[in-house]
Design a protein around this ligand. Structure first.
Ligand code: SF4
Length: 271
C-alpha cells in the first residue's frame, strides 16, 4: 500500500521536476529523489531510474509496462500517477503523454489519479486529445492558496466543461488542498468538483501552520455542497492546532479527521 492515504499505489514513470508554486517549497519528492539518486550511485536495485537526480526531468518508457503487473496493481486499485514529479511538466513531450494516457486506458480496472500544478498544459493537452480520457482516469490540481484556486481550479473546471462540450464526456475532477496555507473560498467551483482532499504540511517538523478555522471552513463548504471530502492529516502543526481546541471545536476536529470520503470512481471489472 502507498503511504499516501487517498490512493492504494503509486506509479512513477517520470523523475525530476521544477518547483512552481508555494506548495512546492518543501517538496517531499525533491528530498526523496536526492536520497534515491545517492542509492542509485551505489548500485542499489530499484533506484536506477533516479540516477540523473532532481534537475533532469526524464520520462521512463520502461516503466509503462509495470502497470500490467497484476500482482502489484490489483483490479480495483486507485493509482496515483507520478507522485515523484508532475505529469504535465513542460519537459514531458506530448508523445510521451499520449503513451502514458493510452496505457492508463488499457487498464480500465484501475482508477488513475493524475494530479498537477501545470493546469494550463493539462488543459491544452487533454482538450486536444479528449479521446485519451477514459472513465477510469480522474484529474486534479493542487490549490494551496486562494490565488491557486482562482487560477488552477478555474482551468480545471473549465476543462471539464470543454471536454463535455466537445467530446460529450463526463470527467471526474478533484482538488488537493495540500499543504493548505490559508483560508480558501471554493464556492465558485464546489458544485463542479467531484472530490476535495485536504492536508497539512510535513517537512521534518518545519511544516507551515494550517489553522483550524481554514480546515473547518473547507470541510463545511464540502458538506454543504455534498462534495466528497478527504482529510489526510494535520501535518507538523498537529499538536499546536489540537492543543488550542476546546469544546465543540474539539469534537468537530475529530469528525473532520475521520472524514475520508471517496467519489464514486468508475472502473470496469474492479472490486
Ligand atoms: S510540482 Fe510536485 S513534484 Fe514538482 S516540485 Fe512541485 S510539489 Fe514537487
Amino acid at each position: 500500500m502507498s503511504k499516501i492515504e487517498w490512493t492504494d499505489k503509486t506509479w512513477n514513470v517520470i523523475t525530476g521536476c521544477t518547483q512552481v508554486s508555494p506548495a512546492c517549497q518543501n517538496c517531499y519528492a525533491k528530498a526523496l529523489t536526492k536520497r534515491l539518486q545517492g542509492m542509485a550511485k551505489k548500485g542499489c536495485k530499484g533506484a536506477e531510474k533516479y540516477i540523473k537526480g532532481w534537475d533532469e526531468v526524464e520520462f521512463h518508457t520502461d516503466m509503462l509496462g509495470h502497470i500490467f503487473n497484476f500482482n502489484k496493481y490489483h483490479s480495483g486499485h486507485k493509482v496515483f500517477v507520478n507522485s515523484m514529479s508532475d505529469t504535465f511538466h513542460d519537459k514531458v513531450s506530448y508523445s510521451h503523454l499520449k503513451m502514458l494516457f493510452n496505457v492508463m486506458g488499457a487498464r480500465k480496472d484501475i482508477t488513475f489519479q493524475v494530479l498537477t500544478k501545470r493546469e494550463m498544459r493539462m488543459y491544452a493537452f487533454l482538450t486536444e486529445h479528449t479521446e485519451l480520457l477514459t472513465p477510469n482516469i480522474c484529474v486534479g490540481v493542487t490549490a494551496e492558496n486562494q490565488a491557486m484556486v482562482d487560477k488552477r481550479v478555474d482551468w480545471l473546471v473549465y476543462m471539464k466543461t470543454e471536454v463535455k462540450r466537445f467530446a460529450n464526456k463526463d470527467i471526474k475532477i478533484f482538488v488537493s488542498c495540500e499543504p493548505l496555507l490559508e483560508y480558501l473560498d471554493l464556492s465558485a467551483y464546489i458544485n463542479e468538483l467531484d472530490w476535495v482532499i485536504l492536508g497539512g504540511e510535513r517537512a521534518n517538523k518545519k511544516g507551515r501552520v494550517m489553522e483550524f478555522e481554514w480546515v473547518k471552513s473547507l470541510y463545511e463548504q464540502c458538506k454543504e455542497a455534498s462534495t466528497p471530502f478527504f482529510f489526510k492529516q494535520w501535518g507538523d502543526c498537529e499538536k499546536i492546532v489540537k492543543d488550542s481546541l476546546k469544546g465543540d471545536d474539539e469534537i468537530l476536529a475529530k469528525a473532520i479527521e475521520n472524514t475520508k470520503d471517496f467519489p464514486n470512481f468508475k472502473q470496469k471489472g474492479g472490486k
